[in-house]
Design a protein around this ligand. Structure first.
Ligand code: BG6
Length: 797
């Protein structure tokens, strides 16, 4: 052989070419997509377009495709429907019209409708796919079954697929499932177990379409590409709060039969907003292209979610909702729904990175605008001495610092990623994200757009198109695994249970909502900023009694009344006191609370002591409304009650506790000891304007309140803030705040419990201002608010 080297090279080249051909042949796989529910709304609006986009992206690459639209609709009708939808498909702007028409033609030829109902139909479908593959000289790569059908149909379809529509060995099966995935932890578990009987975990793709929204899908890549800048920023040391928001203008009309069972927390917060939350909060894996590692890290974030309490949420319902339910579901006129259409929830993470950082999740229907975003607001500890006109445009350290993943709609009208210019210049993949052009006059979160480095997608894509592509590429991390699903329900179910009988705040809808739904938070609690106390809390029992609260949305002596069964009433009062406390501390730094004695407040003290972890006790001053002239350690002493049921369970600085000085110089309530004056001076010294933030009173069966008794004139008027009085029952001597002092309070709550109060309740409802006969009738805060809290027995007998 003259040139053995040449021969060798030629042989190698030939082998390589052959191998290449073999590989190409090997790779020429066929994928069948079966769209179940092909004539439904979701399919018409998004899924067919998503499948077409998949075809546009993948045509001419390694796979061939066929698309089977399937439904229970008759063949003729179904074919007509699908033909119409296919006709309406569009290409992205960057595809030339001729090319688009050609590809659309191809897609139409590859798509067909078939009636799919019985198990024989599934067998026939599988046979047709096999024949198609064989006929085309192809290798079957996989089958995608997209379930765009109601959940009750899942089990049957799953059984049929499992028994007669699985592809042969070497080809994959992917089933795509749409929410709802259960109603609570138990039902989600049952559904998961049922599906698990038909499919393996890696075969199931549960869709949360928010994971396909471009701005959401960009959260992890953004964190990854900007690791350097974010490393030092992405934690409790720098993040002040995170807001995850989905506001809608539409209401639930037309779908109340679904909505009535789910409500906003199940419909949006449990899934969309929680998914987004975990993407922000999870630790960033080294390799974000590993689905497995992303899923593992995400699961850890789920597990770090701190349990929610009733006080972690505020609920609302747009006013027309109940009427819509009555109409759409033929409910009686008396029907009132308790389903929330608005919710704000305060979430915390129990881990070192996020300890103490509030994550606000909020969503609602019938709000003033449609917008979705995740906003990470950073702390700002800079102070700029120069006046703001001299600040370097957009760059000043004193401007707010934030990163926003703008999911869509709103003022911007498109998805975007925004980073305050005073933070850092972010890096985004230039092939898919471009800088947003100037939009003079446009303001976002109170700042001009020019304050931000702002990017939008080069090509806007619908969430379903994004997800269909990810299903095809087997990117499991864009879907909800069984473990994640159960972790999320595990987190939300206790809150949902505790709110089951909560009456949501009614709101008119749209811009008219004004500030009615604004909320504030502190500690673990969230509350509406404006109080709206005139609702009746429904009673316990299997069926809530929403009908009751409208009828009895009553006033009592011209002031708001809250009435409920005792337990709910106490819970509501405790919530209201805490909300008032949080607000007062936020505004004035302290909260001055004056508490009555007697037996009615005992359950309230217990409730405050055991359930209200967010109560600002460290800033609360506790005063006594009245006291019996007995030593403080005497079991009859009001202070002793307070001590036993509240003080020993909470951490109030001891100098914030103000017992009444009834026991001075080893005597009880001696005039000469000037105990009342001493207490009055203490109040004047510590309480601004001698105006308590909240005074809690009771009402005696004889109409007395505090220790101001009928026919005993002291304390009903005059200058004295604190007085000694006489009681008709033992111990006869008392010390009490005077009516004028009580009436200076910002808020007075009167708690009336039990059947024994029924008569006086009726009587006092009719009398005018006659404090001498009924001291309670003299309670009328001069500029504060009076609210009556009565249990049903006291109010209705
Ligand atoms: C759905 C909810 O999952 O998301 C709807 O069921 C809600 O109630 C919708 O309107 C919002 O999605 P998008 O894509 O319009 O923000």
């Amino acid at each position: 052989m003259k040139h053995p080297g040449c021969w060798k090279m030629l042989t190698v080249a030939m082998c390589m070419a052959l191998l290449g051909c073999l590989q190409a042949q090997e790779l020429r796989g066929h994928v069948s997509v079966i769209l179940l529910g092909a004539t439904g709304d979701l399919a018409r609006k998004y899924l067919w377009q998503g499948l077409f986009q998949l075809y546009l992206d993948e045509a001419g690459k390694d796979y061939s495709f066929s698309f089977h639209g399937a439904a229970l609709t008759s063949t003729k009708q179904g074919q007509a429907f699908v033909a119409k939808v296919l006709e309406s498909l569009s290409c992205p702007e960057d595809v030339a019209p001729d090319r688009c028409a050609e590809l659309k033609g191809q897609f139409q030829r590859l798509s067909a409708y078939r009636h799919l109902a019985t198990s024989e139909d599934y067998v026939a479908l599988s046979k047709d796919i096999e024949a198609q593959v064989q006929h085309g000289g192809l290798r079957e790569a996989g089958r995608i079954f997209y379930f765009s059908v109601p959940p009750f149909a899942y089990a049957d379809i799953a059984r049929n697929i499992n028994s007669s529509c699985r592809p042969g060995p070497g080809a994959w099966l992917r089933v795509v499932l749409e929410k709802p995935f259960g109603h609570d932890h138990l039902s989600a578990q049952q559904l998961a177990t049922e599906l698990g009987g038909f499919f393996r975990e890696e075969e199931m793709y549960r869709v949360d379409h928010y994971l396909g929204k471009q701005a959401v899908a960009q959260i992890l890549p953004f964190r990854d590409q900007n690791r350097k800048a974010l490393d030092g920023l992405w934690s409790r040391h720098h993040v002040e709060r995170v807001e995850i928001i989905m506001k809608e203008t539409v209401d639930a009309e037309g779908r109340t039969s679904f909505y009535e069972e789910y409500g906003v927390i199940r419909d949006v917060l449990q899934n969309h907003l929680t998914e987004v939350l975990t993407l922000v909060a999870m630790e960033l894996p080294h390799n974000i292209s590993s689905s497995e590692s992303v899923l593992q890290h995400k699961l850890r974030a789920f597990r770090a979610l701190r349990g929610l309490q009733k006080g972690s949420a505020v609920l609302g319902q747009y006013q027309a909702y109940s009427e819509q339910v009555r109409r759409e579901q033929q409910r009686p006129d008396s029907f009132r729904s308790l389903t929330p259409t608005f919710a704000g929830v305060l979430v915390h993470m129990d881990n070192l990175r996020w300890e103490g950082v509030p994550f606000i999740l909020m969503s609602g229907k019938a709000l003033d605008e449609r917008v979705g975003y995740v906003r990470i607001l950073f702390r700002n500890q800079a102070y700029c001495v120069l006046s703001d006109e001299r600040w370097v445009a957009d760059q000043s350290q004193c401007l707010p610092r934030q990163i926003v993943f703008y999911i869509g709609h709103g003022e911007l009208g498109s998805p975007a990623v925004l980073v305050s210019r005073n933070l850092f210049r972010p890096s985004l993949p230039s092939e898919s994200w471009k800088e947003l052009g100037a939009r003079p006059g446009l303001r976002l979160f109170g700042r001009p757009l020019s304050d931000f480095y702002a990017y939008r997608p080069v090509r806007e894509q619908d969430a379903y198109s994004v997800l269909i592509s990810r299903i095809f590429h087997g990117r499991k991390d864009s879907f909800v695994t069984t473990e994640h699903l159960l972790a999320s329900w595990g987190f939300w179910t206790p809150l949902l249970d505790s709110l089951a009988h909560e009456v949501p705040r009614l709101y008119p809808g749209g811009a008219e909502n004004g500030h009615l739904l604004d909320f504030e938070f502190g500690g673990a609690q969230l509350c509406f900023s404006q109080q709206q106390p005139e609702q009746l809390v429904p009673g316990p029992g299997p069926a809530p009694m929403p009908s009751g609260f409208q009828v009895l949305k009553a006033k009592y002596r011209e002031s708001p009344l809250i009435s409920a069964w005792p337990e709910e009433l106490i819970a509501k009062l405790a919530d209201d006191i805490e909300a008032t406390a949080v607000r007062a501390v936020r505004r004035f730094g302290t909260f001055h609370l004056a508490l009555s004695g007697g037996s009615s407040p005992v359950p309230l003290f217990q409730q405050l002591a055991t359930r209200h972890y967010g109560f600002p006790w460290a800033h609360t001053h506790l005063w006594l409304v009245d006291e019996r002239c007995v030593p403080l350690w005497d079991p009859e002493s009001n202070f002793q009650h307070l001590q036993t049921h509240l003080l020993q369970h909470i951490r109030v600085p001891y100098y914030n506790i103000h017992p009444m000085p009834v026991h001075l110089h080893q005597r009880l309530c001696a005039e000469e000891d000037q105990g009342a004056q001493t207490y009055a001076s203490e109040i004047s010294a510590l309480v601004a304007n001698s105006s308590f933030d909240l005074v809690l009173l009771g009402m005696g069966a004889d109409g007395h309140t505090a220790s101001l008794f009928p026919q005993s004139p002291s304390g009903l008027d005059g200058e004295q803030l604190v007085v000694l009085t006489e009681s008709p029952s033992r111990p006869f001597q008392r010390m009490s705040l005077s009516l004028p002092l009580i009436n200076r309070a910002r808020k007075v709550a009167v708690l009336v419990m039990g059947r024994v109060k029924r008569e006086i309740t009726m009587l006092v409802s009719r009398v005018g201002h006659e404090p001498k006969k009924w001291p309670i009738s003299g309670v009328l805060p001069s500029s504060g608010q009076l609210v009556w809290y009565m249990d049903y027995e006291a109010f209705l007998g």
